[in-house]
Design a protein around this ligand. Structure first.
Ligand code: SF4
Ligand code: SF4
Length: 256
């Protein structure tokens, strides 16, 4: 589920299913402005990290070193990246500045979607997806007291969430592969593959273009060109490669 988690317990208690419009505003005129950007349990998806490090002009290694805390509590041992808050008493988000969010254009999915939360359900081996939305009413958030009325679709568009949903759903297809029950925890080798393909695109690019991989698989040249130019395309291929390498899914075809 995607949401900006302030207090997980509080969130669960205040989450109500949403099937119609809601009223909300978040801008410098709300009395609570910036109050929520602290002490967060904020998951960074691989696409969140790509956008943030591009915004900051950082390599994957430098970004992870400075901003990521790893959580390995996933049942298969998949690494979950979380944003490292400042280590002082206030535990502020490292991207919070005087005027607000300093990475606003590339803020993480969880920050974009608030005050909504989205749950997706895959059907028939991922051929169909259904979304369910919830309104997360946190007591300290005054954004519900004013602002305009939004439909869910309007909010998604306004917050630039479409590309985040698309990319995050592809990542979910890796982490929640229907074949995951058949295998146990990730080995050290698997873990290295995940950390490379999902979280270190410079290293993954070397692997894809400097090894014999492309000679051994079928991939159309247009896609290969896009992967060279666009890190999001390379990340998408990384997700396909992980599903193939970890679970034997047919997301990649071997050459004859
Ligand atoms: S990334 Fe921006 S919006 Fe998200 S918690 Fe940090 S400062 Fe707030
Ligand atoms: S309105 Fe809600 S989301 Fe916006 S700053 Fe206030 S607490 Fe945060």
């Amino acid at each position: 589920m995607e949401s900006k988690v302030h207090q997980q317990q509080e969130e669960r208690e205040n989450m109500v299913p949403l099937d119609g419009p809601f009223t909300f505003a978040c801008n410098p005129s709300v009395p609570c402005f910036k109050e929520c950007c602290r002490d967060l349990d904020l998951i960074l998806t691989p696409y969140d990290i790509l956008r943030l490090r591009q915004n900051l002009g950082l390599s994957s290694d430098a970004f992870v070193e400075k901003y990521v805390v790893w959580d390995f509590s996933h049942d298969m041992g998949f690494p979950t990246a979380k944003l490292k808050m400042s280590d002082d008493e206030k535990k502020l988000c490292p991207f919070l500045g005087e005027a607000g969010c300093e990475v606003y254009e590339d803020r993480p999915s969880a920050c974009r979607i608030y005050p909504l939360a989205r749950a997706t359900q895959k059907h028939a081996r991922f051929e169909r997806t259904t979304d369910a939305y919830f309104l997360v009413r946190e007591s300290h958030c005054r954004g519900f007291e004013q602002g305009k009325e939004w439909t869910i679709e309007e909010w998604i568009k306004d917050q630039g969430l479409e590309i985040y949903f698309d990319m995050n759903d592809l990542w979910t297809a890796v982490v929640c592969s229907p074949f995951k029950e058949k295998r146990g925890k990730l080995s050290d080798r698997d873990l290295k593959a995940v950390l490379m393909a999902a979280y270190n695109l410079e290293m993954f690019k070397q692997f894809v273009f400097k090894s014999s991989l492309l000679d051994r698989i079928e991939l159309d040249s247009e896609r290969v060109d896009k992967m060279k130019r666009d890190e999001a395309e390379l990340l998408k291929f990384g997700f396909d490669w992980l599903r193939f390498a970890l679970f034997g899914e047919s997301t990649i075809k071997l050459s004859n």
